[in-house]
Design a protein around this ligand. Structure first.
Ligand SMILES: *Cc1c(COP(=O)(O)O)cnc(C)c1O
Length: 428
């Protein structure tokens, strides 16, 4: 809050497409999709219409013992588009809750199957899965986590397959493959006490937009099967086309045992999330009441019809428009316009996966010495970009573009130009 003495909060009164407008009429390009959620722009006519029409029909209803058409339709649609094997949907109201559901359900599955010693989880270094106690426990970004460490579960962390760390000359694939040795060793040692491995497929977004090769996911799927441990794919940030495919798991051709979705699920409109799982897991809870095997987890707003209607409208846009094809053009445009940054003396790397492009600023390129975090170089980029009508919000020293899919090549050019000048100013 003290920052805001010099950086006043910006009161927003309106959103339209990629633009947000403040109370003074200043307009900003939302180049980060309002924290990665807003995939089709603000106030999209189709999503607006769907919510309005749902509102006049049914705003909310208890989701225990009752159901409704939007939830049934959405479940069927989600099962149709997610990787094969995912056939059951459990709704919650934010990403962290979706992660909590996956963790609890995995643990409870093993318990219902008589495996009481499976109580722990494996995650990756530099991962992020949300802010609630369980989700924070399986995350590994110190800034979010350290303060609360005494409250958290005892998670086992494997080396991240993050390719920023690779030795020059080593391919992404070789590096991610090599990093799998750490996961394999941990699984071998701890499998009998582990419920699940949780990962963010392909991009560790909150962990500085670090990226890795799909081969890691293929190796992980095989190892989870071998050691009898669940695989939880947290696609909350990378799902719905962000990674270039509808879901990042598709790039490794794998199906997880649980998939967590939120953010883009409703086009970024509503607090809403879903945890998908398999029939095998569902069946472990399906029993007579007296056996007390049921999954007792509910939220007041589970299955909210307005959330379902926003999600259905979002999926309808994917079904009726060539979104992923068009994104390939936009991704290439982002790539081409930033290619020259590779030679910038204070840019360590420009990396990209689909509709995420990240530029990592560095103090000394040769020795790979980062700028000290206290210098807040990213903040300089943020402030400069605002004066130019662009919302960029770097994570530490990493400036990234994660725009709504309705951005045009000309608008990308404007964002890139502002990012480049911002980086020049922040690194001088
Ligand atoms: C944002 C995010 C979450 C948490 O979602 P919230 O809705 O903010 O609780 C979890 N996992 C990943 C990968 C995320 O990017």
């Amino acid at each position: 809050m003290k920052d805001h003495e010099t950086l006043p909060l910006i009161p927003v009164r309106k959103g339209s497409g990629i633009w947000i407008e403040d109370m003074d009429g200043n307009r900003y390009i939302d180049a980060i999709s309002s924290w990665w959620v807003n995939i089709f722009g603000h106030c999209h006519p189709q999503i607006n219409a769907a919510i309005k029409s749902q509102l006049d029909q049914l705003e909310h209803v208890i989701f225990a013992g009752f159901t409704h058409e939007p939830a049934v339709n959405l479940s069927e649609k989600l099962i149709g588009i997610t990787p094969p094997g995912l056939s059951r949907c459990f709704y919650a109201d934010n990403g962290s809750s979706a992660v909590e559901v996956a963790l609890k359900m995995s643990f409870h599955y093993w318990r219902n199957r008589g495996q009481h010693n499976k109580t722990r989880f494996i995650s990756l270094e530099n991962s992020y899965h949300g802010e609630t106690i369980g989700a924070l426990s399986v995350g590994n970004v110190p800034l979010y986590k350290e303060t609360y460490a005494p409250l958290l579960l005892d998670t086992i962390f494997a080396k991240s397959p993050d390719c920023f760390d690779r030795v020059p000359g080593v391919s992404w694939e070789a590096h991610s493959r090599e990093r799998f040795a750490s996961m394999e060793a941990i699984l071998k040692q701890h499998a009998d006490e582990v419920c699940a491995v949780i990962v963010e497929p392909l991009v560790q977004c909150a962990g500085n937009m670090r990226m890795y090769h799909p081969v890691y996911l293929s190796l992980l799927r095989a190892a989870c099967d071998k050691y009898d441990v669940h695989l939880i794919a947290d696609e909350i940030a990378v799902g719905f086309g962000r990674s270039g495919t509808m879901f990042a798991c598709e790039q490794a051709n794998i199906s997880p045992d649980f998939m967590c979705l939120s953010k883009g699920l409703t086009g970024g409109y509503m607090p809403f999330s879903v945890t998908l799982t398999t029939d095998k897991i569902y069946q472990a809870f399906y029993d007579d009441y007296e056996n007390l095997t049921a999954f007792l987890h509910s939220h007041s707003f589970t299955g909210n019809p307005l959330g379902c209607s926003a999600a259905l409208a979002t999926l309808d846009i994917f079904a009726t428009q060539p979104v992923l094809e068009n994104n390939q053009v936009l991704s290439k445009c982002m790539h081409d316009l930033t290619a020259d940054l590779v030679d910038h003396p204070h840019v360590a790397e420009v990396r990209q996966r689909g509709m995420i492009l990240a530029i990592e600023m560095i103090k000394d390129k040769k020795s790979r010495t980062p700028f000290p975090w206290q210098e807040r170089r990213g903040l300089t980029v943020y402030q400069y970009a605002l004066t130019q009508g662009v919302l960029l919000r770097p994570i530490g020293n990493v400036v990234y573009l994660m725009p709504p899919y309705v951005i045009t090549p000309d608008e990308i050019a404007k964002v890139v130009e502002v990012a480049k000048t911002g980086i020049a100013r922040a690194t001088q």
